[in-house]
Design a protein around this ligand. Structure first.
Ligand SMILES: C[S@@+](CC[C@H](N)C(=O)[O-])C[C@H]1O[C@@H](n2cnc3c(N)ncnc32)[C@H](O)[C@@H]1O
Ligand code: SF4
Length: 387
C-alpha cells in the first residue's frame, strides 16, 4: 500500500481529433474531416466527458489548459468559448491559467484570432514545420510559407504576444543551410517559444510504409541539431527540454507540468489523463475512446472510457524518469519523492549506475542528465524499469 500523496498541479488537456488533411508523417489521433464537422455535438460531448471525470479532481484548481490535436484551430471560436465557459463553471481555473490552442496556419482567417482571445485563449502553438515551400509540399502540408507568416502576423495583430512555432528538421530534401534558414525565418517572427523536432518515421504512417527520398542520414541529422541548438541559444532561446526552447519565463507551463510528473485530466477522443488520488496514494491513468464517432456516442458514460489503469508504485520511477529526464535542468530528488510517494533510496542503485556510466550528475540532491546521458536517454530511462 502506498503512502498518501499530495496531489501535484493539475492541467486540462482537450483533444480535437480532426484535420483538413492527414499529413503522411503524423501518428497523432487525427482524422481527415469530411463535410460539416459536428462541433456543437463535440462540445456537448467534451463537457459530458468532463462532468464524468469531475469526481476525480474535486476541489482542485486547473493551472493550464491545452487544446491539442488534430487541428484545434479548425474549431470556430464560438465553440472554444462555449467549452471554456462550461469548463470554468465546473472547475476552478487559476487566475494566471495558461490556455494554449494548437493552430494550423492553413486554417487561419481574419477575425478567428480575436475570437480565440476573447474566449480566453492566451497562448498559440503554430504547426509551421518549415518555411521552405518544397519541404512543405513533400510533408503534405496544406499551407505554404507565406500563409504561415501571414497567420502569425494575424495572431499578433489580435494581441497574441505569447506563441510557439513548431519546426521539424531532417526533412526530405533538406540540407544544413535549409534547416538553418528555417530558424532565421522563425526568429524574424519573434516567437516566445520554439519547438524543434527531428522528423521521425512513426509506425503506421504513410512515410513509414514508403519512406520519401532524401531523408538526411544520422550524421547530417546530428549536425543539424548541433548547429540549430547553437543558433537558438544565440538568438536568446534557452533549451529546457529535448525539443523545447524558450525566451526567459516563457517555457510552456502545460508541458512542464507533464515533464515534472504533474496531473492532467484528458478529455476528448483518445485523450489520456493521469491523476493522483491523494487520499489513498494511488495514481490513475485513464484514456478515452479514440475514434470521434464512438467518442461522440459514448462520452460522459462509463462506455466512453477506453481504459483505466493504476500506476503501481513499482512502475512510478520509470514513468517519472521518462518525463523528468527530458528536462535539461533535471529534477530534485525531493520532487521524485513528492510525486511518486517513494523514498529516493528506492532508486539509489539505478542512480549510482547511471552516475558511474557518466549519464547523470547528482549535486546536493539535484539530478541532471549529462550530454552523454541525453544522447543515450533511452538507456538511462531503461535502468528504472521494474523487473
Ligand atoms: C499534434 S501536432 C499539432 C500541430 C498541428 N496539428 C499542425 O500540424 O499544424 C504537434 C507537432 O508535432 C510535430 N510532429 C508531428 N509528427 C511528427 C513526426 N513524425 N516527427 C517529428 N515531429 C512530428 C509537428 O511539428 C507538429 O506541429
Ligand atoms: S495537421 Fe498536425 S495533427 Fe493533423 S495530420 Fe498534420 S501533423 Fe498531424
Amino acid at each position: 500500500m502506498s503512502q498518501p500523496l499530495t496531489p501535484p498541479p493539475l492541467s486540462l488537456y482537450v483533444h480535437i481529433p480532426w484535420c483538413v488533411r492527414k499529413c503522411p508523417y503524423c501518428d497523432f489521433n487525427s482524422h481527415e474531416g469530411r463535410g460539416e464537422l459536428p462541433f456543437a455535438a463535440y462540445v456537448d460531448a467534451l463537457l459530458a466527458d468532463l462532468d464524468h471525470d469531475l469526481p476525480l479532481v474535486w476541489g482542485r484548481t486547473v493551472q493550464t489548459v491545452f487544446f491539442g490535436g488534430g487541428t484545434p484551430s479548425l474549431m470556430p471560436p464560438d465553440f472554444i468559448d462555449r467549452f471554456l465557459q462550461g469548463a470554468s463553471s465546473r472547475l476552478r481555473f487559476a487566475p494566471a491559467c495558461e490556455i494554449t490552442l494548437e493552430t494550423n496556419p492553413g486554417t487561419a482567417e481574419h477575425g478567428r484570432f480575436d475570437g480565440y482571445r476573447n474566449a480566453g485563449v492566451n497562448r498559440l502553438s503554430f504547426g509551421i514545420q518549415s518555411f521552405d515551400d518544397g519541404c512543405l509540399q513533400r510533408l503534405g502540408r496544406i499551407h505554404d510559407s507565406r500563409e504561415a507568416e501571414t497567420a502569425v502576423k494575424l495572431a499578433r495583430d489580435a494581441g497574441f504576444d505569447n506563441f510557439n512555432l513548431d519546426l521539424m528538421y531532417a526533412l526530405p530534401g533538406q540540407d544544413l543551410a535549409m534547416a538553418a534558414h528555417d530558424l532565421e525565418r522563425a526568429f524574424a517572427l519573434q516567437p516566445t517559444h520554439i519547438s524543434h523536432y527531428q522528423l521521425t518515421l512513426e509506425p503506421n504512417t504513410v512515410f513509414a510504409a514508403r519512406p520519401p527520398a532524401g531523408i538526411p542520414d544520422d550524421d547530417l541529422g546530428w549536425d543539424m541539431q548541433e548547429h540549430c541548438q547553437a543558433m537558438l541559444a544565440g538568438a536568446g532561446y534557452a533549451q529546457y527540454e529535448v525539443s523545447a526552447y524558450a525566451r526567459p519565463d516563457r517555457q510552456c507551463a502545460h508541458n512542464l507540468n507533464y515533464w515534472t510528473y504533474g496531473d492532467y485530466l484528458g478529455i476528448g477522443a483518445g485523450a489520456h489523463g493521469k491523476l493522483t488520488l491523494g487520499h489513498d496514494g494511488s495514481i490513475l491513468r485513464r484514456w478515452k475512446h479514440k475514434h470521434p464517432t464512438r467518442y461522440l456516442a459514448d462520452a460522459g458514460t462509463p462506455a466512453g472510457i477506453g481504459g483505466d489503469e493504476q500506476v503501481e508504485p513499482a512502475r512510478r520511477p520509470f514513468e517519472f524518469m521518462l518525463n523528468a529526464l527530458r528536462l535539461v535542468d533535471g529534477f530534485a530528488l525531493a520532487l521524485f519523492e513528492k510525486r511518486t510517494g517513494l523514498p529516493a533510496a528506492a532508486i539509489q542503485p539505478q542512480l549510482d549506475e547511471a552516475v558511474s556510466r557518466g549519464w547523470l550528475r547528482i549535486d546536493a540532491g539535484h539530478v541532471r542528465p549529462t550530454a552523454l546521458g541525453r544522447r543515450f536517454a533511452n538507456d538511462v530511462i531503461g535502468l528504472f524499469l521494474a523487473d
